[in-house]
Design a protein around this ligand. Sequence first.
Ligand SMILES: [Zn+2]
Length: 77
Amino acid sequence: MKKLVCDRCGLELTEPEDIGMAYDGQYAWEAAATARGIQPRGIIPCKHYIRCGGEVRIVADNGFFWWRRWTARLFSR
Ligand SMILES: [Zn+2]
């Protein structure tokens, strides 16, 4: 089981339409990132990119939960 999670704020994309949009948008993001001279970490920018600067990555759904909780605490200060 895989899901899409922001690497900064921990936002999860779980809705099928969100995931579909992410897969559709990944080429545009890659092209935009390359044009700006940066290496994309994830497949698309986070919905809260302006605030968190994160990118959405595909992660395995197990063994990740503790990390997400930890970062959520870190960034909720
Ligand atoms: Zn984010």
